[in-house]
Every structure is written in C-alpha cells, then in structure tokens.
Design a protein around this ligand. Sequence first.
Ligand SMILES: Nc1ncnc2c1ncn2[C@@H]1O[C@H](COP(=O)(O)OP(=O)(O)OP(=O)(O)O)[C@@H](O)[C@H]1O
Ligand SMILES: [Mg+2]
Length: 489
Amino acid sequence: MTGPAVSAEGISKRFGATVALDGVDFDVAYGEIHAVVGENGAGKSTLIRILGGVHRPDRGVIRLDGEECHFASPHDAIAAGIVTIPQDPRLVPALSIAENVALGDLPVRRLGPLAMVDRARMRAEAREVLAQLDFDPDPRARVASLGFAERQLVAIAKALRRRCRVFILDEPTAALERREIARLFSVLARMKRQGTAVIYISHQLDEVVAIADRCTVLRDGRVTALAYRGAFAVNDLVGAMTGRPAQEATTAAFPAGEPLLEAQPDGAATVRVREREVVGLAGLLGSGADRMIRGLFGAASEPAIVAVRGDTRRLASPADAIAVGIGMVPGERALGLVMNQSVRDNILLPNLDAFARNGWLDRDASDRLVAEVMELVDIRPRRPELKASALSGGNQQKVILAKWLARRVAVLLLDEPTQGIDVAAKAQIHALIRDVVARGGGALIHSSDLGELARLCDRVLAVRQGRIAATLERPASLDEPELRNAIGG
Ligand SMILES: Nc1ncnc2c1ncn2[C@@H]1O[C@H](COP(=O)(O)OP(=O)(O)OP(=O)(O)O)[C@@H](O)[C@H]1O
Ligand SMILES: [Mg+2]
C-alpha cells in the first residue's frame, strides 16, 4: 500500500470561543511512528479525537486509505481499524482486570442457542496481552486495587488486544517507569514492523526523539514544524512548541525547620517531612511507593497513624487528613477534579470554609483568590467559568494543583504531579512546589520520573517491596543514576 494510512487535511475545530485547531494537515503511513508534540492546550488531543471519531471537525477532511470518511462515533473509527488509548483512559474500577481488557469486545462461547461470556478465554487473553508489557497480575483482581501506572498498563493492553491499522497513543507513559516504557516501545516497534501506523503523543521529548520517524509540532492549534527522524533534537522541538529557546529551571534548597509530618508507612522506617523540605518517594512499579503516599492521605483500607507537628493522629479517611492540614494531588485526574463543574468551583471546593460569611459565600474574595491562583499556575484559557472537562489534560492537572495551593496546607502530598505537563509548565510547577515549601510548608512527592525527583527533592526515599530500602540526600548522593540503582531499576 502506498500513500498514507490516515490523513487529515485542513482540519479546524472550535469550542465556543476557543480555536483548538486551525487548518491542520497531518498524516501517518503504514509502518510509521508519527509523534505529535506541543504545549498544554496546543490541540494534540483534539486532533486525535477527531481521527478517533470522538469529535467532528468544523472544516477539513479525514481520509482513510485515500477515501474520505466521516466517523459518527468512536465505534465507527474502531470498526475502521483506528484504535486510541486516550489521555485519561476510562476503566471500570469495580470490574476485574480481565473484564476491563475485554470490555466492548467480550469473547463469547456458544451453547446451542445460548451465548455466554467465555471467562477462561477472557482471562487467558488478558494474561497474554499483559505479558507483552511484562505485567503479570492476577487477571481476576479488581482494577480498583491497582495503582495509577498499573491501570495505565491495563488500558494499553485493552487497546493492544484489538486488531488495528492505526494505533493512537495519547500520553501513554505519563506514569510509567523506564522498564515499562522500554516494553511499550518494543511492542510499538513490533507493530511498526507488522505495518501498523502509529500516532504517538508525549511531553517526554527524549522519548519522541528516540522512537518517532516523523514529528509534528502544534502550537495554538497550528502546525509549526514537521520534521523527519534525525532532523530534530529535543531543543528544536521545545523551540517550535513554545517559540522560545529551551531553559531548565534551577531549584534552590532552603534550610529545613521543624518536623511537620512523621510516619512509619512500612511499620519500620520513618518518613519525615520538615518545614521547607521536599521529600521524594521513588520505586519501581509494584514497589508500593504510590500506595504509601495514598495511605498517608488516609485513602488506604487501613487508617494511617501519623504525627503532625508532633501530635499523633489517626487518619481513617482523606477528610481526616485534610482536617489536620494535609493536602493531596492525586495521580489520577478523575480523582482530583469534578469534571462537570467549573474550574472556579473546583478550585474553591477544598477552600469553602475560608470564604463562608454567616453561611454565605464571599463572592468577591473567592473570585479574587481564583483569579490569583489561575494566574499563578498559568491555567489556560484563563476562564474560571469553563467546566474542568473543557480544559486540556495538562491544564486539568494545573487546576488540581491550584486548589491545594489556594489552601495553605502544612504538608502537600503529590502523586505524579507533572504527568501530562509540557516542559515549560513542568519547570513552573517545580518552582511552585518550591514556593509552597519556601513559605514554611513541606511536600512529599511520588514520581516515576527519577530525573524530576533528583532535581526537586532535598531527600528521596527508595522503596522496594513495600519497604523503605534506602535514603538519598542532596547533594551528596542524589542523582538519577544513584536513584535508579537504589530502587533496583
Ligand atoms: N470539550 C471541550 N470544550 C471546550 N474546550 C475544549 C474542549 N476540548 C478541548 N478544548 C480546548 O481546546 C484547546 C486544545 O485542547 P487539547 O485538549 O487538544 O490540548 P492538548 O494539546 O491535548 O493539551 P495537553 O498537553 O494539556 O493534553 C484547549 O484550549 C482546550 O481548553
Ligand atoms: Mg491532551
């Protein structure tokens, strides 16, 4: 087959006053990996939602194998062989891993006139696709019991199980560690050899340089660069994304003060976060580092016992944690946001007590605060009345951060705080976390991005098999290779 597998010609899409795409041309060939990069809100997800039948373009044409096509729904696109792993994959937490992988396309066994779900086959198939990703859970386990990165692997497996001609991944590696990313890349390389067309969206520009045959850069809904492998490096991409040269933020350390939070999440070693300190938790997938941080927010099945400024507390729920001055930026955006409410209400939600005047909300003061934090974390567009669901993925992540920055918490827990955040905004968010601690707070961060932990933290605790196995201090032993070594990666 010659010519592109799919092409988009002159695509424009508006949402109310927002022009998400403006005359975009894009195509991908069979056996090619074509990356799409751009700042938060540049239009990447909108483009692939149009290719995947979620949105209809206002102008422009989509062609599949040269034939103009109109998808009325995602089902049409899937039937045509276009399979997408969306930026926020929806899984059903109450169902098992195997059921989630098969959902929408259940294997059926026929018994005369009866058709029933073939559970044994369903489990075997789930095991097989998950094995391609080196992930070997019990397929009967409920998705609710999995961490964020493990859920992402389930979503990838679900897409891999479908036969496809065009495979689209919108930020699949946001919470994955190096080993899983390497597995995913070898799966993609195999699909490419078999002739699948792959569209790959990522903010990890080094990944893009490593695997893409071609890269399209979007800025404010327009294509600003299109380059072939070998002709782009990370700095060129950043320049085309932002219109500015790349710059790396430096973080200054502050002298630490009194202990704010102390706990023994593994029953032995102590996690201690002091005033003006950023502490990291690092671990491979399955190490329990992500569970540890959720546990400290009172979100695990067992209550957490923590000392807050020296007072021992029992946290049986997130509400208990919030009441003693602990905030949490969760890894899963769906947990941190009420999608069908406005950005304004999402920011105010944990802060209502501060604006209550005899049972009424002080509208002026709360509007001022919302405007202030939206400016501070640079949420775009700057429109507090927009529903959270109308923001791009990276901007949704900034809203979650904003709502806790608006409240002066003593300790902020963060699980993958910069997943899905573009390079420039990532530096901004690191600076914000540093600001929180400079004002006397403390932060405890779990991230699969070891470079991020090495740059941002004063100290990182390496977690292996549910236990804190080592502590790395800045500056003596805190760098990325040491950290990787300490977590066993
Ligand atoms: N359903 C919607 N309603 C209103 N506006 C929307 C909707 N979906 C996207 N937008 C807007 O369109 C623009 C492009 O968003 P899009 O999600 O495509 O960005 P993106 O490049 O994927 O960003 P990110 O890296 O943050 O995921 C943004 O300004 C966003 O707010
Ligand atoms: Mg997006």
